[in-house]
Design a protein around this ligand. Structure first.
Ligand code: GUN
Length: 285
């Protein structure tokens, strides 16, 4: 069974160690290290965990890392002023505002305020535009991490049928564009798709980001398919589970990501990679 597993944790460790070496080299050439600021507003428990993991990984790879934990009472104006300050600060090459934001803050305005060159999440419409015109620059980190996993495990995408379940701006839509860029034939499905299981069963590569625990059963999966599970859900006992019913789908898949230890660690790796790339561009442009 282990031969089928895509080990996102091991791959992330390897990539982050390589990145740490590149940061040492960068510092010797340029006299500073890439900098990342992560801004969290409010006390959403899941966001607190994500932000702590990002901070740890950035420090371990030798980055300058700042994490701002702001109270729920922070106004939109205050947040926008802070972003304007980091846009101007040459010590920071990446700015990430953790989502979701409290309801009184308009997340679209916040994303628009981030300098697109520092938008390491790839959420700014300018970066979305680059991606959809086939010239990706800053790309949302989860789909970027999935592409890296597929590359590392030598999954052939050329002309293959890829089905994505879930059409979010963070995962589904950018994922479709990245797979299209590698000449896969892409179907982007969602909760209203008719005959969803039958559509998924056509997939050579099935990417599931629907946000419902154990949604995809063996009835959705073709023998030999590559299955990527983006889900992070809690079951009734509080255990972390994916969107895919792993125990039965693993019997059919040729490769499959576990939850936890699959997609999650690669998301953070790509955040660091894009911050490093932004720092490189800051000295070469
Ligand atoms: N919340 C959940 N996923 C993400 C992400 O990739 N980036 C940000 N900024 N917030 C998130």
């Amino acid at each position: 069974m282990s031969g089928k597993l895509i080990d996102g944790r091991a791959l992330a460790q390897k990539k982050q160690a390589e990145l740490a070496d590149k940061v040492v080299q960068f510092k010797s050439e340029h006299g500073f290290v890439p900098g990342l600021v992560v801004i969290l507003v409010g006390d959403d428990p899941a966001s607190q965990v994500y932000v702590r993991n990002k901070e740890r990984a950035a420090l371990a790879a030798g980055f300058r890392s700042e994490t701002l934990r702001l109270s729920d009472a922070t106004s939109e104006e205050e947040l926008l002023e802070l972003i304007a300050k980091y846009n101007q600060d040459p010590a920071y090459h990446g700015i990430l505002v953790q989502l979701p934001l409290p309801h009184h803050i308009n997340d679209k305005r916040v994303i628009l305020a981030i300098d697109p060159h520092k938008d390491v999440d790839g959420f700014h419409p300018m970066n979305t535009g680059h991606l959809w015109s086939g010239r990706p620059l800053m790309v949302p980190c989860t789909p970027a991490g999935i592409m890296e996993m597929l590359r590392e495990y030598e999954v052939d995408l050329e002309g293959k049928t890829a089905v994505i379940v879930g059409r979010s701006n963070i995962v589904g839509k950018p994922m479709a564009q990245l797979l299209l860029g590698k000449n896969a034939t892409v179907t982007l499905t969602h909760s209203r798709t008719r005959h969803l299981a039958a559509v998924c069963k056509q997939a050579d590569i099935l990417i599931v980001a629907i946000g419902q625990g154990h949604f995809v059963t063996k009835d959705f999966v073709k023998e030999g398919a590559v299955v990527i599970d983006v889900g992070m859900n809690r079951d009734d006992d509080g255990k972390l589970i994916g969107d895919v019913k792993f125990d039965e789908v693993v019997e059919l898949a040729s490769l499959i990501t576990p939850v936890p230890g699959g997609v999650g660690p690669m998301t953070i790796t790509m955040l660091l990679e894009q911050t490093y790339q932004a720092a490189l561009r800051s000295v070469t442009l």
